[in-house]
Design a protein around this ligand. Structure first.
Ligand SMILES: Cc1ncc(COP(=O)(O)O)c(C=O)c1O
Length: 427
């Protein structure tokens, strides 16, 4: 009898402990309604939006990031080169270029280069990747501007073979191409790694002054601003290593090819993650920045902590279907919504499956059992998000370049109102 009672008691305690444990494991309610900021955007889009997925740029927030960049440039005394692939819309590029006062751009893609050269007839354009010589030919074939763009383009060259190809092209076109040399300052994405290779390149340039002109160096170092285990180096020690490599190539050129050296050469470096760290060095003349203007989430690094997200995807809710309901499981899906309050509301949005994460209302999630969709994506949440059909779901892109091109015209907002439509680059 005693034993049986003990057994019952311990069973009872055991179940209570199990239930308490289970309650502890049970997901909490993550759903919150829009913040005031997103509530205002939602109201504007309900009133004046196109009711399809779109990419919005918040100009107030962009202005903040521009002022952070401008202040850093003032401290460093360096020029800014805007990265076109990260801001690929004419209106957006014009907006940022005019507020930073720069006429230096960086291009990465032949069709974009044609557009940039046409839209910005005064700009100096440095290529950010070494284009195949055929692409250069295509650029010239497709170029429609009046003036010859050759004097304001710096072609990026990574290896002697490519420079030979460019030399042939320059001879065939009876022109002189400006050559910027890609340095491997630690990224290991190609480019010059040693003085022998640099020597071959500079020698070829020096021997062909009618067709080639040395315009400077490009050494890209995003890893300096990335978070790496401290044992591998602090941002300052990583930067010191980058600049020691850069300085070595500069010294070699100055001493071995003094006739090619000029004070106004382009000594380009950085990218968004590292640009702030270059305030402390005096060798480079200019910094390339694009993504930090908009702040996709992949750029959430300590060196960019003064920057704020300035662009979002907005997509309308098409359907609100209640508790999560998985095909084939049908009624058995109730187990999920019983267990997890964040699966008690289901929404199908217009489009989906972007390189982006939900930001508002808070607590939205994808459903891995149901799967992803680029057509009508299922989003689940707790009823606490307060979403209705016709409301917008807001997402923050993880990167800018490809995501910006997926939505047609960008919509620029100021003070919560749509103020501009900016067509994006084509091709
Ligand atoms: C050569 C080069 N410079 C600079 C950048 C920086 O671009 P962002 O500021 O958008 O990261 C990149 C990005 O890929 C690059 O390849």
């Amino acid at each position: 009898m005693v034993n049986r009672r003990r057994f019952l008691l311990s069973g009872l305690f055991g179940s209570a402990a199990l239930l308490a444990g289970a309650a502890w494991l049970r997901p909490g309610d993550k759903g919150r309604p829009y913040t005031a900021y997103f509530q205002a955007l939602n109201a504007e889009l309900r009133k004046a939006g196109p009711m399809r997925p779109l990419l919005l740029i918040d100009l107030n927030r962009l202005d903040h990031n521009i002022s952070v960049v401008n202040a850093s440039l003032q401290r460093s005394g360096k020029a800014l080169r805007l990265v076109e692939k990260s801001l690929p819309a004419k209106g957006l590029m014009e907006y940022v270029a005019s507020r930073t006062g720069t006429d230096k751009l960086m291009s990465f893609h032949q069709p974009f280069l044609n557009q940039t050269a046409g839209y910005f007839p005064q700009a100096d354009i440095l290529l950010g990747k070494p284009l195949p010589a055929r692409s250069v030919q295509m650029f010239y074939q497709q170029y429609r501007g009046e003036a010859d763009p050759t004097p304001r383009i710096q072609w990026l060259i990574d290896a002697p073979e490519r420079l030979q190809n460019y030399l042939q092209l320059a001879k065939a076109r009876n022109t002189k191409l400006r050559i910027n040399i890609e340095l491997d300052v630690g990224l290991h994405r190609g480019g010059v790694t040693d003085n022998n290779t640099l020597n071959s390149l500079l020698n070829l340039i020096a021997e062909n002054p009618k067709h080639l002109e040395f315009s400077g160096f490009m050494g890209y170092d995003p890893f300096v601003g990335m978070e790496v285990p401290a044992i591998l180096g602090t941002p300052d020690t990583l930067l010191a290593r980058v600049m020691a490599r850069y300085q070595g190539f500069v010294d070699f050129t100055r001493t071995q090819y003094p006739a090619l050296w000029r004070d106004n050469l382009t000594l380009n470096t950085a990218g968004s993650p590292s640009y702030r760290l270059h305030e402390s060095e005096r060798l480079s003349t200019e910094l390339a920045v694009g993504s930090a203007m908009l702040m996709p989430s992949h750029f959430d690094v300590p060196s960019l902590s003064d920057h704020i997200p300035a662009f979002f995807i907005a997509s309308p809710v098409l359907k609100s279907t209640g508790k999560v309901n998985i095909p084939v499981l049908d009624g058995k899906s109730n187990l999920f919504s019983w267990w997890d309050v964040n699966q008690r509301a289901s929404f199908f949005i217009y489009g989906g499956n972007w390189l982006a994460d939900f930001v508002s209302p808070e607590g939205l999630q994808n459903n891995s059992l149901y799967g992803r969709s680029s057509n009508q994506e299922l989003v689940t949440a707790s009823p606490g998000v307060g979403l209705n059909v016709g409301d917008q779901v807001f997402l923050r892109p993880q990167q800018s370049e490809a995501v910006l091109l997926q939505f047609g015209d960008l919509l620029a907002f100021r003070d919560g109102k749509i103020v501009e439509h900016w067509p994006v680059y084509q091709g």
